[in-house]
Design a protein around this ligand. Structure first.
Ligand SMILES: *Cc1c(COP(=O)(O)O)cnc(C)c1O
Length: 365
């Protein structure tokens, strides 16, 4: 089976992890933790980076640092992984869902303002499947209404928005290094920001709010959200290859584009002219003009040992968030109905893409 997204491990990963084990630095302190933070900040061109245990923890901390809690509202796209909304719920605040923009599939800036109330405190844009959200438009709205902006930036790691790295285009950027992301630490996450006191607060809250020093003194409720040295060792090794990974992802996407461009009824993963998309997960939309339904095409891909997934199920329709009279967020619902994730790993071979696109093209009679 060609997987949708698998990690790629090498000799460096083995070498650095072995070093952790040989030196006994296996837990939450150690030189790889600091090195990973420093080098990741360097890659993102952010002043500060704080490693954490996963992407969910990164977002949860970001909301807490900005003082978001009970009674507050936070605007999120409905078409995203459920973490984006769940972290809002963890704080006691309420996620408010906004429809997608039809071309980039990201949160539609023009539909944000109608959802803003006097309780709104923040917006969390997501760079869905790699494509940057329209950050200038989002930041303009946020400034006007005095809201924070937190980027759920994982999927856009390596993408550029008007020439700038995503994750540093807002107050706080959050990343995940789960096994299916561009780079992985097995499980892991990172907060990036240019605000020193927020970075310090993130570190503080992630270590049970313990005041540094010998005493066990905790002025606040904290969390154990630290990344271990072993995980960070993986991260350092992976980060050494990130530029190469980005090139491979973009080259694979270009080949998908070339081989699927002329297929009637297939809409390709977008790339706006102001964006450089890392194409984290290359996806297609199956339109009515295509010869099969989306489900039929997915079944055919599976039959041919080709991994595939539907797009994220819109969050405003998920049991924890659906209202008695469900909202209609039509663009996201339609993208969900039509969309398929295709294999996108860095390990994907040219012959794999030829096989995958062959199946999609030959479905057309
Ligand atoms: C993967 C992902 C997360 C969650 O990260 P974990 O490390 O699994 O907690 C959050 N948001 C988005 C958009 C993601 O793709």
């Amino acid at each position: 089976m060609i997987p949708v997204s698998e990690p790629v491990m090498g000799e460096k990963e083995l070498e650095y992890i072995t070093e952790c084990i040989r030196t006994n630095w296996v837990s939450s302190a150690g030189k790889f933790v600091d090195r990973f933070a420093e080098e990741f900040a360097g890659f993102c061109e952010a002043k500060y980076a704080v490693p954490v245990v996963n992407g969910t923890a990164a977002l949860h901390l970001a909301l807490m640092i900005l003082g978001i809690g009970r009674g507050d509202e936070v605007i999120v796209p409905t078409l995203t992984f459920i973490t984006t909304a769940n972290v809002v719920t963890y704080t006691g605040a309420t996620p408010i869902f906004v429809d997608s923009e039809p071309y980039t599939w990201n949160i539609e800036p023009a539909k944000i303002e109608e959802k803003i109330t006097d309780r709104t405190k923040a917006i969390i844009p997501v760079h869905l499947y790699g494509h940057p959200a329209d950050m200038n438009a989002i930041n303009t709205i946020a400034e006007y209404h005095n809201l924070f902006v937190i980027e759920d930036a994982t999927e856009g790691l390596g993408s550029l928005y008007k020439g700038k790295r995503v994750g540093t285009l807002s107050d706080i950027g959050c990343f995940s290094f789960n096994g299916n992301k561009l780079i992985t630490t097995g499980s892991g996450g990172m907060i990036v920001t240019n605000n020193e006191s927020w970075a310090e607060e993130a570190k503080f809250l992630s270590t049970q709010a313990r005041v540094p020093g010998g005493e066990y003194f905790h002025p606040k409720i904290g969390y154990n959200y630290r990344l271990t040295n072993i995980q960070a060792a993986l991260g350092v090794a992976q980060l050494e290859k990130i530029d190469e990974y980005i090139k491979i992802k973009r080259r694979n996407a270009a080949l998908y584009h070339k081989l699927l461009n002329s297929v009637k009824g297939i809409t390709l993963t977008p790339e706006a002219d102001w964006a450089e998309n890392v194409f984290w997960i290359y996806s297609i939309l199956v339109e009515d003009e295509y010869d099969m339904s989306k489900d039929e095409l997915m079944a055919k891909l599976t039959e041919n040992d080709i991994g595939n997934r539907p797009l994220f199920y819109p969050l405003h329709l998920q049991p924890p968030y659906i209202k008695n009279k469900p909202e209609k967020l039509e663009v996201a619902e339609s993208l969900y109905r039509k969309g398929i994730n295709l294999p996108s790993s860095v390990s994907l071979k040219e012959s794999d893409i030829e096989k995958i696109t062959q199946v999609i093209r030959c479905s057309v009679s």
